[in-house]
Design a protein around this ligand. Sequence first.
Ligand code: NAD
Ligand code: UDP
Length: 343
Amino acid sequence: SSGPASNGSTPPRPNQTKIKAKPRIERNRCLVTGGAGFVGSHLCTYLVERGDHVICLDNLFTGSKQNIAHLLHYDNFEVIRHDVVNPILLEVDQIFHLACPASPIHYKYNPIKTLKTSFLGTMNMLGLAKRTRARFLLTSTSEVYGDPLEHPQTESYWGNVNPIGERSCYDEGKRVAETLAFDYQREHGIEVRVVRIFNTYGPRMALDDGRVVSNFLAQALEGHPLTIYGEGKQTRSFQYVSDLIKGLVTVMDGPETGPFNVGNPTEFTMIELAQLVKEVANPDAEIIFQENTADDPAKRKPDISKIKNTLGWEPKVALRDGLLLMIDDFKERLKHERPVKAL
Ligand code: NAD
Ligand code: UDP
């Protein structure tokens, strides 16, 4: 069976009988919004294999059916195509609310829709939590810290966000989603959990989503130059997806609201990242420098003492190991999703 970090790219066999879930005395009904996306598909896999009943809800904007194809034959997994901007009636015990485009090119593509997804989508899912008394977890982001003036970032830092820039639809959208979650908890007694996710990578990242790890790895494997934006001295801290999934489940099942930073505190410049990707994927790849985008945060690194001390979670996978774990998935998908053009 495929673990939460496996690439899951095997298509389901036709006529396959439904797989019975592990027996569980009280099966937990989990809703995963954005479940067909990169993180969501790994979370669905983890929960299905744990024996929960999983409803994956997605409008397939940036997610894909391929990401969850390996789960379709489980009898404790179902999919609903739905946009969270509209309310929905379901019976659930836990809501993992992930639905939102996450990469800069996708959230900037239709910024007003991104804002509606963050505000109306989160409000609708909190409304569902209120009616069902389900526990609700919001996947917020390190972007709530903006271009941070405190380094590393602790959860008590309020951030340095431009409210009117090109990234604001995402950053401010997530900030208001956090506000909504805390207000539903204060006003309606909903059990809320908030996780601030730092840059995460792994198998099933969309090849074309423009994020730095997927760009560099696809470029290296295809023999194209790796594109560093700006001087490449900006930093990020990269977390492998299986560490994130364990973090999300730990916070959901734990006793505290948070917010909790969930990320890997080892910090890299984009030049260091490019060199590491070259080393593991294609030592002959070139590196080129291009103009950077607006409002690009200069540095980012989580302080994870809060979750480590209260819930005992910390990341396990080093960047080099994580990159090696995603190479096969990328090679396979580059073959199928980007067929070589006829000359
Ligand atoms: P993703 O784009 O792969 O997944 C998002 C999913 O949400 C997609 O399947 C998409 O189709 C779906 N979606 C978008 N708008 C929707 C809508 N209106 N209704 C229903 N479904 C909708 O991104 P991801 O990396 O898997 O991110 C998942 C969550 O984690 C997001 O909330 C994101 O903000 C958060 N996050 C991710 C990272 C990261 O590095 N991957 C970092 C910080 C926060
Ligand atoms: N970046 C880069 N080359 C790329 C894509 C991104 O140098 O091909 C840089 C980008 O300018 C930013 C960092 O990598 O400084 C992380 O970008 P990403 O979009 O992955 O995540 P975010 O900016 O949301 O942290």
